[in-house]
Design a binder for this molecule. Structure first.
Ligand code: BDR
Ligand code: CA
Length: 306
């Protein structure tokens, strides 16, 4: 049993990662969800997290609102996630609210209350974790590991060489990587294996299950970018993180040193990997097994809901 906190900016793919985590209570004890400015402003992505939890009937999971902006740069909401950061599905107004503590304080409290070190699934810019470690550097010892969707080995998705989560707050990743916390990186290249197709989207949209319907509508919106670019498999970036923690043996990986470029119109957010042993970089996984897993997980969640 692994205690986890999901630090995220929902975000279509963040939502899929939350569903996957919740579908595996035998593996994950989800302590809560923290939000951060990334795909959209923090207010928006926090509201999105609350909407999703209410829709799936898991209002017992605490949500802590985090950083309103990256350490140095300004927020840059992403069109790929629509006007509110989670376009494609209309949620009823949420009746729940975030906890009163902000995310770094809330994470600190969780780490200190836990008898065993906690894993952080980092699905967004690392601002909350950088702020936590600035104030409580000793908390690094209480974090078992960070598994992060972010960075790229060869080419980016926001600049030529930069992936969005690192681009948005490169200083935060740099600070966190200077700690001793073990870090596993799920870069863009392995995300190319973490995909779904029209088949999954159609199946969810035509399902009678309310969780499948939400997933289908959200993924339908998120797939638009891929359709415009003639792709037939759509990347669900963040979903790779819980999938890796569930099935590490399904991934190839290697250890590297990592440098993060914080400045430069063309280079901001670039991750440069070299010989070394600071971070584990994931390389490949089988897309078919990945799709089977997320299909099964949505089906199970809807069965439990009944
Ligand atoms: C990452 O950026 C966000 O838009 C996604 O949610 C994912 O975390 C992909 O680059
Ligand atoms: Ca994300």
């Amino acid at each position: 049993m692994r205690k986890v906190i999901i630090d995220c900016d929902p975000g279509h793919d963040d939502v899929m990662a939350i569903l996957e985590t919740i579908a595996h209570p035998e593996t994950f004890e989800l302590l809560g969800i923290t939000t951060v400015c990334g795909n959209n402003l923090c207010e928006r992505v926090t509201e999105n997290a609350l909407h999703v939890l209410e829709w799936i009937g898991r209002t017992d999971i605490p949500v802590a609102r985090g950083a309103l902006k990256p350490l140095v740069y300004d927020p840059e909401p992403q069109a790929a996630h629509g006007y509110n950061g989670l376009e494609g599905f209309e949620f009823p107004a949420a009746s729940i609210a975030p906890v009163s503590m902000n995310a770094p304080e809330w994470i600190h409290e969780q780490l200190n209350q836990s008898e065993t070190p906690v894993t952080i699934m980092a699905l967004a810019p690392l601002t909350n974790l950088a702020l936590l470690l600035r104030k409580y550097p000793e908390d690094a010892e209480r974090i078992k590991e960070i598994v992060m969707m972010g960075g790229s080995v060869h080419g980016g998705n926001i600049l030529k060489y930069a992936e969005f989560n690192v681009y948005a707050d490169p200083h935060a990743l740099k600070e966190v990587s200077e700690s001793r916390i073990p870090i596993t990186i799920l870069p863009l290249e392995v995300c190319a294996d973490c995909t779904i197709t029209e088949e999954e989207i159609r199946g969810w949209k035509s399902s009678r299950g309310k969780i499948a319907q939400m997933a289908g509508a959200l993924m339908d919106f998120f797939a638009e970018y891929g359709r415009h670019h003639d792709m037939h498999a759509y990347t669900v970036f963040d979903l790779g993180v819980p999938y890796f923690l569930l099935y590490p043996e399904r991934f190839t990986s290697s250890m590297h040193a990592m440098e993060i470029v914080t400045e430069g119109a063309e280079t901001r957010g670039q991750t440069i990997f070299a010989d070394g042993d600071r971070v584990r970089v994931l390389e490949h996984t089988d897309p078919l097994a990945f799709r089977n897993e997320i299909r099964t997980c949505i089906e199970q969640l809807d069965q439990q809901e009944k």
